[in-house]
Write a protein that binds this ligand. Structure first.
Ligand code: SAM
Ligand code: 2KA
Ligand code: SF4
Ligand code: MG
Length: 253
């Protein structure tokens, strides 16, 4: 079983705010997969979008040292499991699968999630959710899921509305399988209130929403609070929160 990897490291989960299902502030081992089928204009991991250009992957040798070793792609399942286990600091809340888009490599992802469950870890999936038929395959192995709702201003794909509907479908699948799931919406100063109302209608009664300003932040606090209020009016005041990419302020991975 082969994987096209980007990196494996140990950090605190820096996103998700305080909604149910969030692992914000929890220690995780991050497994970043190479390759993505979308192209969000603000993507902070864009060097990993084109998998064919990710010829090697790196794993942290010791947590928080910034020291990495490199291996060629594709990686074997055992190599990735070994890289994860050497970063086990004994206080790991869950293993975060991110990218890139981890669901694109659903077979090796599933095998890795199975191995990590056998080894006693919980699985945390970070996904754009645009491929519900793939999400279905790993939903039973997923303990936590953070599913992005891609705003129109992300310009992630041509058929933006279709993508949002598929993301909501993925959230339903994950919830039905028992995963603690929340939706994450990255907003910009150009995000339209009417779009946020639409996402809120779709998510109402389904999953909580965190609103995360695009980094570097350019949205005003006034705009951010307006989007928050409109979402809360539809979804209920306990079902909306803010999320910031705190790891970027702490200068950790
Ligand atoms: C790099 S993505 C990988 C997982 C998956 N492809 C996705 O987009 O959900 C991980 C998370 O980082 C967020 N993110 C990426 N770049 C960002 C930026 N510049 N500002 C805020 N959030 C960002 C994404 O929205 C997503 O929630
Ligand atoms: N500390 C930390 N928290 C994160 N939460 C989501 C991340 C991601 O890139 O998926 C991420 C990341 O790269 N680092
Ligand atoms: S879906 Fe995720 S990895 Fe892909 S471009 Fe958007 S933010 Fe980046
Ligand atoms: Mg990140």
């Amino acid at each position: 079983m082969k994987l096209i990897m980007a990196e494996v490291f140990n950090s605190w989960q820096g996103e998700g705010g305080s909604v149910e299902g969030s692992a914000f502030g929890r220690r995780q081992i991050f497994v970043r997969f190479a390759g993505c089928d979308l192209h969000c204009i603000w993507c902070d991991s864009r060097e990993y979008i084109d998998a064919s250009r990710v010829s090697r992957w790196r794993y942290e040798v010791e947590p928080f040292t910034g020291k990495f070793e490199y291996r060629p792609n594709p990686a074997s399942l055992d190599e990735v499991v070994d890289a994860i286990l050497r970063l086990d600091t004994g206080d790991i809340h869950s293993i975060s699968y991110t990218g890139g888009e981890p669901t694109l490599q659903v077979r090796p992802l599933k095998a890795l999630m199975e191995r990590m469950k056998e080894l006693g870890f919980d699985n945390f999936l970070e996904t754009h959710g645009g491929l519900p038929e793939l999400v279905k395959e790993i939903a039973p192995l997923t303990d936590y899921a953070s599913v992005d709702i891609k705003d129109e201003t992300a310009k992630a794909t041509e058929d933006w509305k279709g993508l949002v509907l598929r993301e909501v479908e993925s959230i339903k699948i994950l919830k039905e399988a028992g995963a603690k799931t929340y939706a994450k919406l990255v907003v910009t100063s150009r995000t339209k209130v009417e779009n946020v109302r639409w996402y809120a209608e779709l998510l109402k009664g389904l999953a909580p929403l965190v609103i995360q300003p695009k980094e570097p932040i350019e949205i005003s606090q006034r705009q951010l609070m307006e989007l928050y209020r409109e979402a809360a009016k539809i979804m209920g005041r306990k079902n909306v929160g803010l999320s910031f990419q705190v790891h970027k302020y702490l200068n950790v991975l």
